[in-house]
Design a protein around this ligand. Structure first.
Ligand code: HAM
Length: 425
């Protein structure tokens, strides 16, 4: 048993899984960059105050924050999500609007670890700052949806709701609190505790005991202003126009307090109920202002990478492919010719690997097979003396011995030409 293991709620993402992580990021970048979103990289820790804007009654702030005092006496927190950091960056740098950005990277929440819920987890996401346009909400929602489709996921449902503006929300929360208090004896102990902190979150309770009370609770839609109602109708109409199916859930409240108007979640029906949101987002007009910037509309989403890949496993899509090697160089002389040939192939644009430690021919050929390479390039005593190499097709076992100077041309004739990466000495 080694002395150290990963901390609870953290995981090593090993190959080939880690390659899948990278592929997912590339696909996400391609999806959103082709829609005009540029990459932004906010820091992984910030002043705690930045994240307090997520809501002083939310679990993320009250229970899950990784915060500490640094050596300079600052109260710092590891980011639990990236929206607040992006808004802080906007308030600090004031880029031209609309500011359309995307990000990826780890976030930290001290949660109870379980399948699909980790203390360090990855998100990819987008934020747009500086626009109130409902059609932008639709663009953002659509981008997330299209990304899941590109991964090959079919069992994803888009759930959408409007939380109205600040005033609508306040009036609704008051009415909801009154209602829930009037029936509090019927609620579970947990829901009663939640009610004292944050009535909205009671709507999230999955406990059967709370269901009848929640069922009859007032709905936010009854409290929307005309503006907020029009905005929501426009978002839904635009999604219809784009052919994106959505389901209205008037009890969708989400776990962060900054949401106004549109809120949504992408739910995977292939995942276990408790942890089945693979992404979520919404509008958060007012957050930039809260962070000391100008009044600015904002909308975005974040997708949980860990959970999305669990959904991919469940649906058997987006497999972890091993890196495809073109050639594996086997040198049983002194390794030097192998070193030069491998370097030449890589420079010419081919994926090439080799063995080290002066292994036997048998052991190097085994490594060549394991690498999945198309060809083994073999340099034995005869080849070394004659300045040749033997190129062996590892699936058909056909082989031919050619001058080493013709190796790149030979691979080009078999695998097609590649764009050179650099010139060799
Ligand atoms: P969120 O709903 O807290 O929203 O997180 C988004 C997604 O991150 C979730 O749907 C889930 O897939 C994943 N996630 C959250 N917590 C964990 C965890 N402990 N372990 C694994 N995955 C997790 C936000 O973070 C907002 N910033 C989204 C947003 C962007 N809203 C507007 N713009």
């Amino acid at each position: 048993m080694p002395s150290f293991q990963t901390s609870p709620g953290t995981r090593d993402i090993l190959p080939p899984q880690a390659g899948r992580w990278r592929e997912l990021n590339l696909l996400f970048a391609d999806t959103v960059q082709s829609a005009g979103y540029e990459c932004v990289i906010p820091p992984m820790f910030e002043d705690l105050g930045v994240f307090l804007r997520l809501g002083d009654a939310t679990d993320v702030v009250t229970k899950e924050m990784y915060d500490f005092e640094d050596k300079g006496g600052r109260h710092i927190a590891l980011r639990p999500e990236q929206t607040a950091g992006v808004c802080r960056a906007f308030a600090q740098h004031r880029p031209t609007t609309p500011w359309k950005v995307w990000y990826s990277g780890p976030n930290f929440r001290y949660e109870k670890p379980q399948a699909g819920r980790y203390r360090q987890f990855d998100q990819v996401g987008v934020e747009v700052l500086g626009s109130d346009d409902a059609l932008l909400d639709a663009e953002v929602v659509a981008l997330g949806w299209q990304f899941f489709a590109r991964l090959g996921l079919r069992q994803v449902t888009l759930v959408i709701n409007s939380l109205g503006d600040g005033d609508d929300r306040t009036r609704y929360i008051d009415a909801l609190r009154d209602y829930l208090e009037s029936r509090s004896t019927e609620l579970s102990d947990e829901a009663r505790a939640t009610l004292a902190r944050n009535p909205l979150r009671v709507l999230d309770s999955k406990r059967p005991q709370d269901a009848p009370v929640i069922e009859a609770a007032p709905l936010i839609t009854q409290f929307l202003s005309d503006d907020a109602r029009d905005h929501f109708a426009k978002v839904c109409g635009a999604l219809d126009l784009l052919g994106i199916p959505w389901v209205l859930n008037e009890r969708l409240v989400r776990g962060l307090d900054y949401y106004r108007r549109t809120t949504f979640e992408y739910v995977s029906t292939s995942l276990d109920g408790a942890q089945n949101a693979v992404g979520g987002g919404g509008r958060y007009d007012g957050l930039v202002e809260d962070l000391g910037g100008p009044a600015t509309g904002g909308v975005g989403f974040a997708i949980g990478v860990d959970r999305t890949l669990l959904a991919c496993d469940a649906e058997q899509v987006f497999d972890a492919g091993a890196i495809a090697m073109d050639a594996f160089v086997v040198d049983v002389v002194d390794g030097l010719a192998g070193l030069a040939v491998t370097d030449e192939l890589r420079a010419a644009g081919y994926a090439a690997d080799r063995a080290f430690d002066g292994r036997s021919m048998k052991s190097q050929m085994k490594a060549a097979d394991r690498s999945g390479a198309v060809f083994a390039v073999i340099i034995g005593g005869d080849e070394a003396a004659a300045g040749t190499c033997t190129v062996r097709n590892l699936s058909t076992s056909e082989q031919s011995t050619i001058p080493r100077s013709g190796l790149v041309a030979h691979l080009a004739s078999q695998l097609g030409p590649r764009t050179p990466r650099r010139s060799t000495p």
